[in-house]
Design a protein around this ligand. Structure first.
Ligand SMILES: O=C(O)c1ccccc1NCC(=O)[C@H](O)[C@H](O)COP(=O)(O)O
Length: 214
């Protein structure tokens, strides 16, 4: 794995190709019915091979997943990582890892410095931590909203796991976000779309180029 970015919510071969060609570290497929990026596990399984061939890690993005979904994912997509974007406890995260054999990316919704504190309890179970902006009022999903938080909140914070910055990133602001936050890794979804859930290959390429230069 060489890249420093995760491109989330892919649903077409063209956008997977743009992510792989641009040296993304991870691609994410979304499994949450209320998301405009939601796809079925077998569809994701058909999209994933070019990423695997290039050693781009495949992430199944979920919100409080039940065991039925986890078993479907294990039987079809076989993700390298499960992203837990809900209210999963550390012990549930441990169960998910044991049940699927996948690594864990645990997400924390941030609007103020104290929102970073719960991450400590997950450092022994998660492979990666992700800090994403808290969804604005009125959203019926906890991620993929395009909202951002104060990136300077992250500066100088130390964690025992590598972490990703998420929330409102795009090709034009990601360099500043990296500089202000000190993020080693970044994640994007709506900032590389031309409409809700519609990823744009040229925006994915531009984002990854901006990350390489940052
Ligand atoms: O993308 C979604 O629709 C989504 C829905 C529910 C939970 C998580 C979701 N996305 C997960 C991600 O990792 C996004 O990339 C992250 O929230 C940043 O999104 P954005 O602000 O749109 O870049």
């Amino acid at each position: 794995m060489t890249g420093r970015a995760k491109i989330c919510g892919l649903s077409t071969p063209e956008t997977v190709k743009a992510a792989v060609d641009g040296q993304a570290a991870f691609i994410g497929f979304m499994f949450f019915a209320k998301s405009p990026r939601n796809i079925a596990p077998d569809v994701a399984a058909r999209l994933a091979p070019p990423a695997r061939a290039a050693n781009v890690k495949v992430v199944a993005v979920t919100v409080d997943p039940d065991d039925v979904l986890l078993d479907q994912l294990s039987a079809t997509l076989k993700p390298d990582f499960i992203q837990l974007h809900g209210k999963e406890t550390p012990s549930r995260a441990r169960e998910v890892a044991a049940r699927t054999g996948a690594g864990i990316i645990k997400v924390f919704s941030v609007s103020e410095p104290s929102d970073l504190d719960p991450a400590r309890a997950y450092e022994s179970v998660a492979d990666y931590l992700m800090f994403d902006a808290k969804a604005p009022a009125g959203f019926d999903r906890p991620g993929g909203t395009g909202a951002r938080f104060d990136w300077t909140m992250m500066k100088g914070r130390r964690f025992e796991r590598p972490w990703l910055l998420a929330g409102g990133l795009d090709p034009w602001n990601v360099a500043e976000a990296v500089q202000l936050s000190g993020a080693p890794l970044v994640d994007v979804s709506s900032g590389v779309e031309r409409g809700p859930g519609i990823k744009d290959p040229s925006l994915i390429s531009a984002f990854l180029e901006a990350v390489r230069r940052a």
